[in-house]
Each structure stands twice: as structure tokens, then as C-alpha cells.
Design a protein. Structure first.
Length: 159
């Protein structure tokens, strides 16, 4: 009887794990508004992932450039994503993002592990990820939309 009960518990736990993992697989986390970010948003896309912090003056300066880049390249298979360096979460992430005027998607979960991104102690830092999910470029310091577009064009041409 005890063995049957243990077996039943294992089945329930296993089923629960499958449901949880399946539910997680169609989202890469949530954005600054608590909305799920679907995997399709980052798969088969070039990604510009920018790490920023509220206290970082160059980060604040480049945010309008990243906003413009996100709008301009949205229909060209490029997504701009932000990550708060200080790991601010929930309502605070929304508040800080709005205060800085960020209109591109800010991920609440750091995607560094998914894309094998090296940790940077300097900000801002921007990573360019290709369609296959491989990091192709690490850009330290303040970036411009034109500079990132030129880098994307070079990387795309290289294949």
C-alpha cells in the first residue's frame, strides 16, 4: 500500500513538472509590465540586448537611441531587449522603466545564461545575438542607433 502511494505521488509530481515545464517553454519570462514574453519573440530573430541601470548616466543617454532602433527595426527581424543590471523586479522595474522613458521590452529575467553572455561590470553593455541564438558582438559603452544598425548590417553580411 505504501509503495503504491509513493508511486502515485511520483506520477502526480512528474505530471506537475511536465505541465510547469511546458507552460514555461512558451515564455522567456515577463517584461516590465508583468506580461509574458513569448519564445517566438526571441527565436529566429536578431537580438540587441542592452544592460542598463537607473544610476548609469550613459545608459540614460542611449535609451532614446534604443527606443528609436526598436521601432525602426521591429519589422526587420530585430528585437531590442533591455535588462536591468541591478535586477530590479515587479512594480519597481515598471516604475524605473517608465521614469527613464523606455519603450522597448525590458526582461525581468536575465537571459545571460540562455545566450551564454559574459557578465560585464561596466555599463552600459549591449550584446548582439544572431538568429541562431549565438552572441556575435559585445559593445561596451554608450551606443547610437546608427552604430548598432551598422554593426548589425556587418554581422548579417558575414553570415
Amino acid at each position: 500500500m505504501v509503495a503504491q502511494l509513493q508511486w502515485g505521488i511520483r506520477i502526480v509530481i512528474g505530471a506537475f513538472a511536465v505541465v510547469v515545464l511546458t507552460a514555461c517553454s512558451d515564455a522567456v519570462g515577463v517584461d516590465q509590465y508583468g506580461r509574458k514574453v513569448p519564445v517566438e519573440r526571441i527565436e529566429d530573430q536578431w537580438l540587441v540586448i542592452n544592460y542598463w541601470a537607473e544610476w548609469c548616466a550613459p545608459c540614460r543617454t542611449e535609451i532614446p537611441q534604443l527606443n528609436a532602433l526598436d521601432k525602426e527595426l521591429a519589422d526587420q527581424g530585430v528585437s531590442v531587449l533591455g535588462v536591468n543590471f541591478d535586477n530590479v523586479q515587479g512594480a519597481e522595474l515598471k516604475k524605473v522603466s517608465e521614469a527613464l522613458g523606455i519603450t522597448f521590452t525590458v526582461l525581468a529575467s536575465d537571459p545571460a545564461q540562455r545566450f551564454k553572455l559574459p557578465r560585464s561590470e561596466a555599463l552600459p553593455v549591449t550584446y548582439i545575438i544572431d538568429k541562431s541564438g549565438r552572441m556575435r558582438e559585445r559593445l561596451l559603452g554608450e551606443q547610437t542607433a546608427e552604430g548598432i544598425k551598422a554593426k548589425l548590417a556587418t554581422l548579417k553580411a558575414e553570415g
